[in-house]
Design a protein around this ligand. Sequence first.
Ligand code: KDG
Length: 326
Amino acid sequence: RPRAVTVGEGLAVLVAQPGPLEESETFERTAGGAEANVATVLPQLGVETAWLSRVGDDGFGRYLVAHLAERGVDVSAVVTDPTRPTAVYVKERGSGSGKATDLAERVSRMLYYRTGSAASALSPADLAATAAARLLAQCDLVHFTGITTALSESATELTEALLTLPRPGRLVSFDLNFRPALWAGRIEAAAEVLARHVRGCDVVFLGADEAGAVFGTDDADALRALFPEPNQLIVKNDAHTVTGFAGDQRVEVPALGLEVTERIGAGDAFAGGYLAALLHGRPLAQRLRFGHLCAAAALTGTGDGAELPAPAILEQLAAVDENAWA
Ligand code: KDG
């Protein structure tokens, strides 16, 4: 089985009831963090996966580690830091009725409680530690996102170190995941640092709107012209179409027509589906299709994660030609 490692912060997520936060009396606890979300998708698709991170010595940290372990993720290299808390975010949810026409009202907001968190102390030393070094030496793919890069200076040093991992033999995958709240006051630095990360990786995922905010264009072909370096560049145009470039290939695959419940985490599920299909040697169009199928699982729930249908069902769905019914 192929092996992957994801590196980044996990957060306990408190999902509010729909409507203004001040009126939410109960919160559903779940798990988030972009790289942790990707990590929980991969084992469901036959990829042996480890998550490298730091958590606090608290209930949220223990919950996150158990959540990932229950989903088949190797958490043996996760470090517990008794001096810092596990990060938390609150998901404030719009109050729309659930009908597609009310979509705008149903957009969620993320409120972060993560300054000084355990994972903000991630540094290159975490990659050199024995358990982590062993996992990195044995894996076929490493995945991380621009969230980790934004956490702190030491975390930026860690992601810079990931760019220098020996290749070929291992792919390095990066999702821009631009979170302006984490770059407040440093937006110009963000563009430079993030562009260097895009250029230094083999597989890169860009949300078109995020790419527009950071690099000044949301057009897939313009982004490819700007970033010819990564072998694979995936541009996700909101919910509609994803354009994948791999070497000289260019393929567009439309998203599934779904009633969306909640969007946060869908991009991570997409990355998980794409990367698993890549590691299993699938062609570009199928990789994009698997990405959409996994994103659909995240889009139809209120949590960030994606609990996928059984592999045999996914396989059938991947083969469906939706145009045949159009
Ligand atoms: O992609 C979803 C993530 O944004 C969410 O799980 C929380 O990692 C997170 C972040 O920093 O925004």
